[in-house]
Design a protein around this ligand. Structure first.
Ligand code: PLP
Length: 367
C-alpha cells in the first residue's frame, strides 16, 4: 500500500480550516442542553473527516470530554495513542462490536465494545469476563443492534458486564416524527432488563430536540462539527469547517461558447470565469453541477458554479463580481460565509456526507 499523496505546495490546492474553538463551543452547548447526562463525542470516520486526533485532543483538554465513540477498533486504537497522556484515561467505545480477528485490538487499546448480538456477547464474556461492555439494542431501526428476542439470553450471561445500554433513533432529523416517541418508549422498556446499566439514546438530533431522550449519556457527532442534525439549519450550532480553494485561472467567454466537460454549460452573454482548484476528487460532489444552486463566496461575493464539476477543478461565474477576481484569490465553498447545510443541499446531500467525503488532498488546517 502507498501512502496518500498530500500536496507540498499547500496554497495551490484546496484546504479545510477547522475552528477548534467553535468545535468546543458546540460541545459546551450540547453538554449544557443535556445537563443531566454525560456528553460523549462521536469521532468515527476520522472525526467526520476533520481529524479525529485533533478533535478528540481539543475536546479532552479544553472541555474535559472523557468518553468517545468510534466505528472500528482500528480507529479506537489510533485514538487511544493520541489520548495517552490524558488522565483519567478516556473511555473509548467501538460501535462495531468485537470479532475474533479484532479481539486483540480491543484488549491492547483498552476499548469498550458495543455488543450488537448474542453471539458477540457470548464471545466477549468468554474472552474478557467482567470487562466493561456496552450493548446496542435495536428499537426499530433494523440496522445495528441486538433484536429484543436476544436480550433475555444476553442478560443471563454470568460474566458479561454491560455498563451502558444504548439505542439509536431513525428519525431524529425530524423531531415531530412519531417514530421518535415509539423508539424511546421501547428503549425505556427493554433497557429494564439491564438494571445497573447507564442508558444512552440521543445523538445530536435527540439532544437538541427535548430532554425526554437525554438519559445518562449522549453521543454527539454532527453538531460538534458545525452541521445540523435536522432537515433545516439550526442557529445554536456554530460553523466549524470552512472549505477553501484558490483561483488558478481567469478567463473570458463570449456568447455561444461552452464551459467544461460535455459542453454542458452554454454561455449566454459575455462572461468572466474563475477556475478553482477543487473537484469531485477532493470530495466536492459532482452532483452539484448544473443544479443551479451550487455556489461559492469569493472576495465576499457570491459566484455560481457553472459547467460540470471535474475531478480537480470547478468553474465559477464571476461576471457580476464588483471587486475584480484574480488568480490566487480564495473561494469558500462552505464555512462562516456559506452554511454547510446549504452547500450540502445544493449538492443533493447532507453535511455528514460532505464532511466525511473530503479527500486526502484537502489540507486540514487547525485554527
Ligand atoms: C454516528 C452515530 C452517532 C452520532 O450521530 P450524529 O447525528 O452525528 O450526532 C450516534 N450514535 C450512533 C449509533 C451513530 O452511528
Amino acid at each position: 500500500m502507498t501512502a496518500p499523496i498530500t500536496l507540498t505546495n499547500k496554497t495551490a490546492g484546496p484546504w479545510v480550516e477547522i475552528d477548534l474553538a467553535a468545535l468546543c463551543a458546540n460541545y459546551a452547548m450540547l453538554r449544557d442542553t443535556a445537563p443531566g447526562a454525560e456528553t460523549a463525542a462521536v469521532v468515527k470516520c476520522d472525526g467526520y473527516g476533520l481529524g479525529a486526533g485533533a478533535v478528540a485532543a481539543a475536546l479532552a483538554a479544553r472541555e474535559n470530554c472523557r468518553s468517545f465513540f468510534v466505528a472500528y477498533p482500528e480507529e479506537g486504537a489510533a485514538l487511544r495513542a493520541v489520548l495517552k497522556n490524558i488522565s483519567p484515561a478516556p473511555a473509548i467505545y467501538v460501535f462495531n462490536g468485537p470479532l475474533p480477528e479484532t479481539m486483540a485490538l480491543f484488549e491492547e487499546g483498552n476499548l469498550i465494545p458495543v455488543i450488537n448480538n448474542l453471539e458477540q456477547a457470548r464471545k466477549w464474556a468468554e474472552r474478557k469476563p467482567d470487562a466493561p461492555a456496552a450493548l446496542h439494542i435495536d428499537t426499530g431501526m433494523n440496522r445495528l443492534g441486538a433484536p429484543p428476542v436476544e436480550l433475555g439470553d444476553i442478560a443471563a450471561l454470568k460474566s458479561l458486564r454491560i455498563e451502558t445500554v444504548m439505542s439509536h433513533l431513525a428519525c431524529a432529523n425530524d423531531p415531530a416524527h412519531p417514530k421518535n416517541n415509539a423508539q424511546r418508549k421501547m428503549f425505556e422498556e427493554l433497557s429494564q432488563q439491564f438494571p445497573g446499566a447507564r442508558r444512552s439514546l440521543a445523538a445530536s438530533g435527540g439532544v437538541m430536540t427535548d430532554e425526554s431522550c437525554h438519559f445518562d449519556l449522549t453521543r454527539v457527532g454532527i453538531a460538534l462539527y458545525g452541521g445540523s442534525p435536522f432537515d433545516a439549519a439550526d442557529d445554536r450550532i456554530a460553523p466549524v469547517a470552512a472549505l477553501k480553494a484558490p483561483v488558478v485561472q481567469i478567463r473570458q467567454a463570449a456568447p455561444g461558447e461552452t464551459v467544461g466537460y460535455g459542453a454542458a454549460h452554454v454561455v449566454a452573454e459575455q462572461t468572466r470565469l474563475a477556475t478553482v482548484a477543487l473537484g469531485y476528487g477532493d470530495g466536492f460532489p459532482r452532483a452539484a453541477s448544473g443544479r443551479g444552486r451550487g455556489r461559492a463566496i469569493i472576495n465576499g461575493e457570491q459566484a455560481s458554479i457553472v459547467g460540470r464539476i471535474s475531478m480537480d477543478l470547478i468553474t465559477l461565474d464571476i461576471t457580476n463580481s464588483k471587486r475584480p477576481v484574480k488568480t490566487g484569490d480564495i473561494a469558500e465553498f462552505f464555512g462562516p460565509n456559506l452554511a454547510i447545510h446549504e452547500a450540502a443541499a445544493a449538492c443533493g446531500t447532507i453535511s455528514y456526507e460532505l464532511l466525511t467525503g473530503l479527500g486526502g488532498r484537502v489540507d486540514r488546517r487547525y485554527l
